[in-house]
Each structure stands twice: as structure tokens, then as C-alpha cells.
Design a protein around this ligand. Structure first.
Ligand code: PHE
Length: 339
């Protein structure tokens, strides 16, 4: 028995020399200390020993066990350390390697120019208002003096959710919403998406953007409208730009006008950009119709106002010399990267 235990110890020592992984170490542990391990077996056979032999052999068994346990622990620690070192070595970061380049995004040309427009108006004391794109017929048409059957509805056909809910065709309904909820003085712009059921071509899209403007206070005149919009055009296109106000018609403004600027490409002498006109139309405007003020609960004998609507796409096209509006929505990076 004694010899057998000494042999087990020798075998264990020898086996330990060849262990190079935790897995192997675990098999070793099972082989020697496990339930069916050789030391356990040796213990079992102690039943056959005499009472005198037992204490000495018992001690020897414990010694061998402690020896093996201690060896396992030491080796386990060493293997852990080795593994860690190996991992650190493998995961070593070479800080001299070139970094990963992430392509930096940039703003869409529509956003860039919208931000510029917004800055100009904010500089003149306007604040920003918003309204829903899914709008009531009432706000988009009725309250703007465009009753059912009015011919102005034909040019602004849109997508209907039901008889009274539609996708707004213009940002003008924001005028109504702002006037319903605020007392004058009012001085807002309202940029946003608008929709019309137009077929797509180089100058039409069922979705586009407008910037609405509204000023209401005591004593507002056409002179304020002209001065404000003239100043705006000079800020956007340069001091040398000339403006021209032409009579026009909108149901919710009276009088109404369209604003042209002298063609920035040819300085008014006529070219391809202005189709030899020398002028380019850039927005619609007018004095807020007294009926519209009254609908919103504003006393038209005390207050007056002006409003305007700018098409964003066309402004950006003129600005960068883009001749096809579809390019804005195709998200072709070769196009977008140019701005
Ligand atoms: N909403 C008008 C359009 O879409 C433009 C406009 C706005 C005209 C405000 C006058 C005043 O054509």
C-alpha cells in the first residue's frame, strides 16, 4: 500500500511535467483526485489494513493528496498567467497604425440654404413657427379664403386622407394657426414640407418645401412688405440685386404681388438662366386679407399685416445653378458632395 501511494505521487509528478493547458490540468485532477481517481481508489482499499498500519498510511494518503492539490494550484496559477500574457500579446494594439477613416457627412443643399434664409429672417426679428403636414381642409383652404369649388383649388390638387384631411399644399395654413393662437404683434416664418399631386419632372415634385412669412401689427403697410423682402433679397443674393414687385392674385392676400429679382447670372441683361427676361420670380406675397384676419379673431380695423411664401427648391436651384429638381431627392452622393 505504501509503495502504491509513493508510486501514485511519482506518477503525478511526472504527469504534471507534461501539462500545458487548463483542460489537461482538469483531466489530471480527475484522474488522480476524482471520485474514480487512483488516490480515491487507494483510500477505499484501506479497509483491508490492520489497525496499526492505518494511521501511517492514512497520513501518507493525506500527504499525497495535499501534494497533488498544491501542485494543481501552482500550475493552475501559472497557466492562467501564461494565458493572460498570450492574450495580451495577441491583442497588442499598434498605436502607430493609421486610424480608420469615417466619411464625414454634410448637410443637404436644401438644408444649407434653408439655414441661411432662416438666419436672415431671425436677424430681422422673426421667430420660427411650425404646423402639421397632415392638415385640415379648413386651414389649408377654407380659412385662407379658398372655399370649396374655388378655382385656386385646381392648381393645388393634393393627396386627401378623407374629405376634410389632406396633405398641406402650402405653408400658408401656419398663418391661420399662428393668428388663432397669438395676439399681434406677430412676426414669424414657417419653413416646411408641402405636397401637391404633380407628376415628377425637372421642375415639379409631389413633395417640396416652402418658407412662409407673416407679420401682423398695427400700421403694417405694403411699404413694410417691400422693405422687408428687398432687404432679404439683398442679404441672400448680394447688395447689387434689384427687386421688382408685380401685381398678382392670391385669395388670402389683398393686394397680392410676386417678387422678381434682377437675374444674378447676367445682372439683368438677359441669359439662359432668366430665359432672356433679365428677371427671375422668387416669391409670392401680399397684404393679409381682412377676411383672413377676422376669421382668426383679429380686428382688421386695428391690425394689418403682410405675408409671403418662398419656394425653397427653386431658391436652391438658382443659387447653385442646378437644373433638375429630382437631384435633391435621389440621394446620389456624387451630386450631394458638390455642395
Ligand atoms: N401660399 C402661396 C403659394 O403656395 C404663396 C403665398 C404665401 C402667397 C403667402 C402670398 C402670401 O403659392
Amino acid at each position: 500500500m505504501k509503495d502504491r501511494l509513493i508510486k501514485i505521487k511519482e506518477q503525478a509528478s511526472a504527469a504534471l511535467q507534461n501539462i500545458t493547458s487548463k483542460q489537461e490540468l482538469e483531466s489530471f485532477r480527475i484522474e488522480f483526485l476524482g471520485k474514480k481517481g487512483c488516490l480515491t481508489e487507494a483510500l477505499r482499499s484501506m479497509g483491508g489494513l490492520s489497525a496499526e498500519e492505518r494511521p501511517a498510511i492514512g497520513k501518507l494518503v493525506n500527504d499525497v493528496r495535499s501534494f497533488i492539490e498544491a501542485e494543481i494550484e501552482t500550475l493552475s496559477d501559472r497557466l492562467d498567467k501564461e494565458e493572460l500574457l498570450k492574450k495580451l500579446e495577441q491583442e497588442k494594439i499598434d498605436i502607430t497604425m493609421p486610424g480608420k477613416k469615417r466619411p464625414l457627412g454634410k448637410r443637404h443643399p436644401l438644408t444649407t440654404v434653408l439655414d441661411e434664409l432662416t438666419d436672415i429672417f431671425i436677424g430681422m426679428g422673426f421667430t420660427i413657427a411650425e404646423g402639421p403636414e397632415i392638415e385640415l381642409d379648413y386651414y389649408n383652404f377654407e380659412a385662407l379664403n379658398i372655399p370649396k369649388g374655388h378655382p385656386a383649388r385646381d392648381t393645388q390638387d393634393t393627396f386627401y386622407i378623407n374629405d376634410s384631411v389632406l396633405l398641406r399644399t402650402q405653408t400658408s395654413p401656419v398663418q391661420i394657426r399662428v393668428m388663432e393662437n397669438n395676439k399681434p404683434p406677430i412676426k414669424i416664418i414657417a419653413p416646411g414640407r408641402v405636397y401637391r399631386s404633380d407628376a415628377v419632372d425637372a421642375t415639379h415634385s409631389p413633395l417640396f418645401h416652402q418658407i412662409e412669412g407673416l407679420v401682423v401689427d398695427k400700421g403694417i403697410t405694403m411699404g413694410d412688405l417691400k422693405g422687408t423682402l428687398d432687404a432679404f433679397c439683398k442679404k441672400l443674393y448680394g447688395e447689387s440685386i434689384k427687386t421688382r414687385f408685380r401685381p398678382h392674385h392670391f385669395p388670402f392676400t389683398e393686394p397680392s404681388c410676386e417678387l422678381d429679382i434682377s437675374c444674378p447670372a447676367c445682372n439683368g441683361s438677359g441669359c439662359r438662366v432668366c430665359k432672356d427676361e433679365g428677371w427671375i420670380e422668387i416669391l409670392g406675397a401680399g397684404m393679409v386679407h381682412p377676411k383672413v384676419l377676422e376669421i382668426c379673431g383679429i380686428d382688421s380695423s386695428v391690425y394689418s399685416g403682410f405675408a409671403f411664401g418662398i419656394g425653397l427648391e427653386r431658391t436652391v436651384m438658382r443659387r447653385f445653378g442646378i437644373d433638375d429638381l429630382r437631384l435633391f431627392y435621389e440621394n446620389d452622393l456624387r451630386f450631394l458632395r458638390q455642395f
